[in-house]
Write a protein that binds this ligand. Structure first.
Ligand code: NIG
Ligand code: FE
Length: 419
C-alpha cells in the first residue's frame, strides 16, 4: 500500500474547489474555498483528503499503513499554479530590444524591421533540438521554483514546417522528462517569416495545408493559436487558420487585440475559442461576445508592464461575466519572466483584481484555459496532488509582499520536487 503523505495544519488551505466543470465567473471568482487550519492527505499521485485538521485526523484513524507528516504550520497551501500561455521553447535572448524600446522604438517597429519575433526565429531555426531542450528546461526549472506545476507552450519561432515540428517535439520531450507538465499549442501563425514577406497569403496557406495536418498527424499539439494583430495576421487569415485547425482537432486560441483594437475578441467568440489572450485593446462588444460564448480571457499584465503600456481592463471583463485567467506569456521579447507569482502581483496592483480573484485566475481558471480542469487547478479529493506550500501566514500576503518568492515546497503528482 502506498505511503500516505499528511500535509498537516496549514494556516489556510486555499482549495478553489467546486469549479472543475466550468470556469469561475463574476462574483464566484472570489469564492476560493479557504479552510482555516486545514490539512491535505495525499495518496500516490492523488489528493485523498482535504479539510480541517480535526477531520484529517479522523480520516487517518480509519486508514492503515505508513503516514509521512509534513508540518505546514505557519504556511499556506494552494493548488500548483497553472500557466496557460507561454512561448517556452526558443533559443537566444533579446536584451538589446529592451534598450531600443527604452529609447523610444516600439515593439511592432522592431518586428517590422526584422527583429523581435523574427530575431528569435533565426536563433531557434539554427539551434539543435538538444540546445532548445537545454535552454527550455532551465526555464521550466525556474517555473517550478515559482510554484508553477503545469504550463502551456506554444510553437511559433520556427515559422517553417520542420522548425515548427522541432519546437513541438522538444515541448513533448520536456513534458515527458520534466516534473512540470507541458501542454502544447501549435502557433505557426506567429509572424510572417522573411521568405514569405511578399506573399503572406502563401504563408497562411502553408500553415493551414502543410503544418496543421502534420502537427495533428504526429499528435504534437492540442491547441492552435494565431497572432491576430494589425500588421501580422488579419482577422480573415486568423479565422481561416483556426477553422482549419479545428478540422484537425486543434482547439482554437487567439492572441487578440494586444496592440490595437482589431476584432480579435469578436473572432474568438465567433470561432468558439477556448481562450482569447492579451485583450489590452478589446472592444466592449468583443468582451460581451466573449462572455456569451464562454471564451476565457487569459490576461498577461506582465506583458503590459514590460512593454510599458496600459494593461487589459480586467474589471470590465469580470463584471461582464467573462472567465478570467492569468499567465506570464513567458517569451524572449515582451515578457521574459517565469514568475507567475509576480504576474499575480501585477494583476492585483495594475488591474485591480483582488487577492481572491488572482488565486482563482491562476489555478482553476487557468486549468480550464488549457483543458485540464478535471485533473488540476484545485485541491479536491481525486485530483492530482500538485500543491504549493507558501511561507506566508495568509493568502493575502502573496500579493502584499510583492515581487518576493514565498514558495517553500512544491509537490507534483504526489512527489516533492522543490523543498
Ligand atoms: O504574446 N504577441 C505576440 N507574441 C508574443 C511575443 C513574442 C515575442 O516577442 O517573441 C506575445 O507577447
Ligand atoms: Fe504570447
Amino acid at each position: 500500500m502506498a505511503e500516505l503523505l499528511y500535509l498537516k495544519e496549514a494556516e489556510q488551505v486555499v482549495t478553489v474547489a467546486g469549479a472543475s466543470d466550468k470556469p469561475k465567473v463574476g462574483e464566484d471568482l472570489s469564492e476560493i474555498g479557504v479552510i482555516e487550519r486545514g490539512s491535505v492527505i495525499v495518496e500516490g499521485e492523488k489528493i485523498a483528503f482535504a479539510g480541517t485538521d480535526a477531520d484529517a485526523r479522523h480520516y487517518l484513524q480509519k486508514r492503515s499503513g505508513k503516514v509521512k507528516t509534513i508540518e505546514a504550520t505557519g504556511k499556506i497551501l494552494t493548488p500548483g499554479l497553472v500557466d496557460p500561455h507561454t512561448h517556452l521553447v526558443f533559443a537566444g535572448s533579446r536584451e538589446q530590444e529592451l534598450t531600443m524600446r527604452l529609447k523610444g522604438k516600439s515593439y511592432m517597429s522592431i518586428l517590422q524591421a526584422g527583429g523581435g519575433i523574427l530575431s528569435t526565429t533565426k536563433s531557434t531555426r539554427a539551434a539543435t533540438a538538444d540546445q532548445l531542450a537545454h535552454e527550455s528546461r532551465l526555464r521550466l526549472d525556474r517555473f517550478l521554483q515559482h510554484g508553477v506545476t503545469t504550463v502551456e507552450a506554444k510553437s511559433g519561432y520556427g515559422l517553417a514546417t520542420d522548425a515548427e515540428l522541432k519546437q513541438l517535439r522538444v515541448a513533448q520531450q520536456l513534458n515527458n522528462e520534466h516534473p512540470v507538465d507541458v501542454v502544447s499549442t501549435f502557433m505557426g501563425a506567429h509572424a510572417i517569416p522573411p521568405e514569405w514577406k511578399q506573399d503572406p497569403d502563401g504563408f497562411v496557406q502553408l500553415v493551414a495545408e502543410e503544418m496543421i495536418p502534420q502537427v495533428a498527424a504526429e499528435n504534437l499539439a492540442e491547441f492552435c493559436d494565431v497572432f491576430c494583430e494589425e500588421g501580422v495576421f488579419t482577422v480573415a487569415q486568423s479565422q481561416y487558420i483556426l477553422e482549419e485547425g479545428k478540422k484537425h482537432g486543434l482547439k482554437p486560441k487567439i492572441h487578440a487585440d494586444e496592440l490595437v483594437s482589431f476584432g480579435g475578441a469578436e473572432l474568438a467568440a465567433k470561432v468558439g475559442a477556448v481562450s482569447a489572450d492579451h485583450l489590452l485593446k478589446a472592444s466592449p462588444t468583443g468582451i460581451e461576445q466573449m462572455a456569451e460564448a464562454g471564451v476565457i480571457a487569459v490576461l498577461l499584465p506582465g506583458t503590459a508592464f514590460f512593454l510599458m503600456t496600459e494593461p487589459a481592463n480586467a474589471r470590465a471583463m469580470i463584471e461582464a461575466g467573462v472567465p478570467v485567467a492569468l499567465s506570464t506569456d513567458r517569451n524572449p521579447g515582451s515578457s521574459p519572466t517565469e514568475s507567475l507569482p509576480f504576474i499575480m502581483n501585477l494583476a492585483c496592483l495594475t488591474m485591480k483584481m483582488t487577492p481572491e480573484e488572482v488565486l482563482a485566475a491562476s489555478t482553476i481558471n487557468a486549468a480550464h484555459a488549457i483543458g485540464r480542469a478535471k485533473d488540476i487547478g484545485s485541491i479536491e479529493a481525486g485530483k492530482n496532488a500538485d500543491l504549493v506550500l507558501f511561507d506566508a501566514p495568509n493568502y493575502q500576503t502573496l500579493q502584499y509582499n510583492y515581487a518576493v518568492n514565498r514558495v517553500d515546497t512544491v509537490m507534483k503528482a504526489g512527489k516533492i520536487v522543490v523543498e
